[in-house]
Design a protein around this ligand. Structure first.
Ligand SMILES: Cc1ncc(COP(=O)(O)O)c(C=O)c1O
Length: 374
């Protein structure tokens, strides 16, 4: 039998996830030192405390980790004011999305989200054999009323990224309150807060109320909050994330989690990073300052730029974005062209440290003016 006949049609139809270009590959291709501003990673690296904890944990990697990282789940629960059975620790938040898909979705059911949002939602929905309804964006972000309208009796999941990746938009706590008042009881709302600390800081600065997410869980609403250690904590490479939701629902999710999904190194790093307020503060403050610099610089180039609530900036160019991304790479800056999101003129750049931000702006200016970059 041919593999084509063995693999179900809904799996064959999947497009695989295309990540930002790896640093090493870009450096090999260009022959110069590059800065990766393509995957929303922390420009300061991991917390020094996390590095120390990982070095320590290295000595015990001959032992299996504790399944489900219970110590970390307990610590997160304490911080969030819930009991540990509300917390499910996973290998980054992406596997948690996959587990949500496999637990709640199946052929004949659907999930609803926005267009121009996190590229993993279609993969986990279609991978479960369900269909994904994507509602057009409003002002470059989630149209929550449109999502409510798209929900039908076969909808089981609404994926809401707040802030949204790749456009960087945010909806505030009031908008979410209104959404939850109207969403049917047959739908689980997944509130994906991968950029939580960045958004919280920016919202405080801008006098906006960001999110009541965990409060919804405490109130017994059908909400799963997703967070990750990949962004502000700088631990993308060791894969730790978590979901917070109703204990019964989380226990169903846990049944589809592969055993030993998180590593002892990841758990040690995350535990240490949770205690490193200094690294977190430095990260979010640098990000807020960098956001202003990039937004201003891009606007001055006459580009369509969307104000960001995360650690990246979305902008659109008039020419072909992949060509501009390639030219930027020749100048040593890797950004993310957004063709895969159906945005042919869109680019996303991660906010770096002050020097990286200036290098990027200088390089883009040259590229747009069609001047040689080096
Ligand atoms: C909206 C959103 N959710 C989830 C993730 C997943 O992050 P991780 O799997 O590294 O926790 C990302 C990462 O880019 C994201 O942008």
């Amino acid at each position: 039998m041919k593999y084509e006949e063995m693999v179900p049609a809904h799996i064959r139809a999947l497009a695989s996830y295309v990540p930002g270009k790896p640093l090493r590959q870009a450096e090999e291709e260009t022959g110069i030192k590059c800065t990766k501003m393509a995957s929303n990673e922390n420009p300061f690296g991991p917390s020094p405390r996390a590095i120390e904890a990982m070095e320590h944990a290295l000595r015990e990697v001959h032992l299996y980790p504790e399944n489900g990282a219970p110590e970390l789940a307990k610590k997160i629960a304490e911080n969030e004011g819930v009991t540990p059975d509300h917390v499910l620790v996973t290998g980054g938040s992406t596997p948690c999305l996959d587990m949500i898909g496999r637990t709640l979705l199946s052929p004949g059911l659907n999930a609803v989200t926005s267009e121009r949002t996190f590229i993993v939602y279609p993969i986990v929905t279609r991978g479960a054999g369900a269909t994904l309804k994507m509602v057009p964006t409003k002002d470059d972000g989630f149209d929550l009323d449109g999502i409510l309208t798209a929900i039908d009796e076969r909808t089981r999941v609404a994926f809401l990224a707040n802030p949204n990746n790749p456009t960087g938009t945010m909806f505030d706590a009031k908008a979410m309150d209104r959404f939850l008042e109207r969403v049917p009881d047959s739908v689980v709302t997944v509130l994906d807060e991968a950029y939580y600390d960045f958004a919280k800081h920016l919202a405080q600065q801008r006098g906006v109320e960001y999110s009541n997410s965990v409060r919804y869980v405490k109130e017994g609403r059908k909400v799963i909050v997703l967070r990750t250690f990949s962004k502000t904590h700088g631990l993308a490479g060791v894969r730790v994330g978590f979901g917070i939701g109703d204990p019964e629902l989380m226990s169903y999710l846990a049944r589809v989690r592969t055993a030993f999904q998180t590593t002892s190194i990841g758990e040690a790093a995350a535990m240490a990073a949770l205690h490193d307020d200094e690294h977190l503060k430095r990260t979010v403050e640098n990000n807020a300052a960098g956001a202003e610099v990039l937004l201003k610089g891009l606007r001055e180039m006459g580009l369509h730029v969307v104000p960001t609530w995360a650690n990246f900036v979305f902008f659109e160019v008039e020419d072909d974005a992949p060509g501009i991304a390639r030219a930027l790479e020749r100048a040593g800056v890797i950004v993310r062209p957004l063709g895969g999101w159906g945005i042919p003129k869109g680019l996303r750049v991660t906010i770096g440290n002050p020097e990286q931000n200036q290098n990027f702006l200088r390089a883009l200016q040259k590229v747009l003016a069609k001047e040689p970059v080096r």
